[in-house]
Ligand binder design. Structure first.
Ligand SMILES: [Zn+2]
Length: 167
């Protein structure tokens, strides 16, 4: 089993402007549970520490990958492209940050503790990002009689060809 990524000291990580990147197998993301139809792939992440101009420690998290989810209209599988890129301000446990202050700055706060579990952090962000009811851009709901979901586009082409041939 791959090792989980852990930051011994997230504040130091940010202060020193360090970075960490890695790959997390989808099978490790247990909290995504049944949302994923295929757990054989993985997601890539990168975490970059920085100090803001206001001397506040921050981390930028970027995650990308492709998730197989179930379309909530036609109920077949679809690929949902995961593209996350967000900036977080590190706060110490118990330290509070006014919500309006964060909204102004445009990023979220994350409570950073020693030995921060980066895998769990990435998982949290994926869970928040996955759409509740993903849908194909174009598809049809299955027929209530349980018949064929849709005619293949090739079938209609076939019909056209036959019409041509009859002339
Ligand atoms: Zn669909």
């Amino acid at each position: 089993m791959p090792q989980r990524s852990v930051l011994p000291d997230p504040f130091k990580f940010a202060a020193e402007g360090r970075s960490l990147s890695g790959v997390i197998p989808l099978a490790e993301l247990r909290r995504l549970g049944d949302v994923l139809l295929d757990k054989s792939g993985s997601v890539q992440f990168s975490l970059v520490g920085e100090m803001g101009v206001d001397r506040k420690p921050r981390m930028r998290l970027a995650v990308s990958g492709e998730l197989q989810v179930r379309c909530q209209r036609c109920l077949s599988s679809m690929v949902w492209p995961l593209e996350l890129d967000a900036l977080f301000e590190l706060v110490r446990p118990g330290q509070s940050i006014a919500d309006d202050e964060l909204e102004e700055d445009g990023f979220d706060a994350i409570e950073a503790t020693p030995d921060m579990d980066v895998t769990a952090f990435v998982e949290d962000e994926i869970v928040l990002a996955v759409p509740i009811a993903p849908r194909h851009e174009m598809c049809e709901a299955p027929r209530p009689d349980g018949g064929a979901i849709k005619e293949s586009p090739f079938a209609s082409l076939e019909k056209l060809r036959k019409t041509d041939g009859a002339e």
